[in-house]
Design a protein around this ligand. Structure first.
Ligand code: UDX
Ligand code: UDX
Length: 456
């Protein structure tokens, strides 16, 4: 199938490379010329596991362009994957989606049969909006035509976006007609049947089950995306709420999470207590669904509490440091990890940034180390008065306390007892509950996790 994907962020680029790998003929269009030139040169502009290899293996099937002049009106599917940022009040900025819709509308012809697909996370009703814009543009040129716009949300985790594309739990297609439904079923057929040879860099897990296909109306598909992200965010906030109670009553939340997670009705994933969620989606999507609900004068107290609990977790870290060190003014605090989660250099809504700003406001000197997100942090936060360490080892030097914020694999195996000897005070706050608290305590370290049996 001939597919045009607009937007080469982590969603557009991973979707495009996976579909090219499956044998479709992909054109990836992005208005960012620099990004397109780099992609043409074989550079991979984002940090995504297996992406370089999959792009290399499928390069025959994918071309990159920054010009709408290259639009082929015979295309079978147009996938919209441009950014949909938050306006700041929870509302979603649809400008980019609308520009794409207009550009498509200006170029489709009488004979075009393209199905337009919204993959970006967009507010309820956006499929209709895109359809209206395209049909309006066509009408301006005297073409009266019914355009099919489907909603096909992605559920990709950054860093694991290719794995989630090749081996999804389910594929949701929100369509109004059988034509659109069958077009999307053909697009995803190799995934639905798992008939493709797995890429070497993104191996098929043993015993993977075939993904379910859920066919809905476009509106339900749009709501599914928001409900999924709100639920996952709520699950994390739920365990974090219990983590604070666990500290008060003297329980360990990691044991509690295991104890409830093994109940299949609950499930063990997304029950890791810590400093809470960040990233480009959970914050944006929970705020957006509240904004939508508000337009209907409808309250969503669960989603509201999910957000409130999440951002309180970031303050918890500072409170823990204050409890141990009393005065933070003049204290040196080491921040281990900046990215909002491991295996990405993404800093969008990263807890690290709020925590660092809070510490600086209280007069602390902040040092930081992250294996890959430091460059982004320097470029995106020029005002941030942070000393960047060359290594995790160097970070510990002279610190009054070190906070583990991102659970990078390499941080799990650091020689903590040796490193603590370089500190002024052997205090480690484990913001992700991933360290061996007994082993650390045995070596004389003051260990504080989140909800692990003691207040503070
Ligand atoms: C995606 C989804 O689009 C978003 O809705 C979801 O909530 C998160 O994931 P992402 O892939 O992270 O966003 O977006 P981003 O990295 O911002 O990339 C979007 C790309 O679209 C950029 O490269 C930008 O240059 C491009 N773009 C934007 C266009 O090509 N045309 C435009 O008009 C606007
Ligand atoms: C998320 C969704 O998982 C994905 O389906 C959606 O399309 C985009 O948003 P992503 O933001 O890439 O993906 O990361 P994810 O792995 O879901 O983690 C989100 C945040 O939650 C991270 O900050 C992570 O550290 C945190 N988290 C996750 C927890 O605090 N505890 C957990 O148990 C799991």
């Amino acid at each position: 199938m001939k597919v045009l994907i607009v937007g080469s962020g982590y969603v557009g680029l991973t979707t495009g490379s996976a579909l090219a790998y499956l044998g479709h003929e992909i054109t990836l269009l992005d208005i960012n010329e620099d990004r397109i030139l780099r992609l043409r040169d074989g550079e991979v502009p984002i940090h995504e596991r297996g992406l370089a290899e999959v792009l290399e293996e499928s390069k025959e099937n994918i071309q990159f362009t920054s010009s709408w002049e290259d639009f082929n009106s015979n295309v079978d599917i147009v996938i919209i994957a441009v950014g949909t940022p938050n306006k700041g009040n929870g509302d979603v900025d649809l400008t980019y989606v609308e520009i794409v819709a207009k550009s498509v509308g200006e170029r489709l012809t009488e004979n075009s049969h393209a199905v337009i697909v919204n993959k970006s996370t967009v507010p309820i009703g956006s499929a209709k909006r895109v359809k209206t814009i395209i049909e309006h543009e066509l009408k301006k040129r005297g073409i009266v035509k019914n355009i099919e716009v489907a909603s096909n949300p992605e559920f990709l985790r950054e860093g694991e976006a290719l794995y989630d594309t090749f081996y999804p739990d389910r594929i949701v297609i929100g369509v109004e007609t059988d034509t659109a439904k069958h077009r999307l079923l053909s697009l995803y057929q190799p995934l639905l049947e798992q008939t493709f040879t797995a890429p070497r860099s993104v191996k098929r897990p043993d015993g993977v089950s075939l993904p379910s296909i859920i066919t809905t109306s476009p509106t339900s598909a749009e709501l599914i995306k928001y409900a999924a992200n709100s639920f996952l965010a709520m699950k994390i906030s739920f365990v974090n709420e219990f983590a604070s109670l666990a500290e008060l009553v003297g329980a360990d939340i990691t044991e509690v999470a295991k104890g409830i997670g093994l109940d299949k009705r609950i499930g063990s994933r997304f029950l890791q207590a810590g400093i809470g969620w960040g990233g480009s989606c959970f914050g944006k999507d929970t705020a957006a669904i509240l904004y939508t609900a508000n337009q209907y004068n409808y309250d969503m107290p669960l989603v509201q509490a999910t957000i409130k609990t999440n951002y309180k977790q970031r303050e918890t870290i500072i409170r823990k440091l204050q409890l141990e060190l009393k005065v933070l003014r003049g204290a040196t605090i080491g921040v281990l990890g900046l990215a909002f989660k491991p295996n990405t250099d993404d800093l969008r809504d990263a807890p690290s940034l709020d925590i660092i700003r809070g510490l600086i406001e209280l007069g602390a000197i902040v040092k930081a180390f992250d294996p890959i997100a430091m460059t982004n942090c320097r470029v995106q936060n020029r005002d941030l008065d942070v000393q960047y360490a060359q290594s995790a080892q160097e970070l510990f030097e002279g610190c009054d306390g070190v906070v583990l914020i991102t659970e990078w694999e390499e941080f799990l195996h650091l020689p903590y007892s040796k490193l603590a000897k370089r500190m002024k005070k052997k205090l480690i706050i484990d913001g992700r509950n991933v360290l061996d608290k007994e082993a650390l305590r045995k070596s004389g370290i003051i260990y504080r996790g989140i909800g692990r049996g003691e207040t503070g």
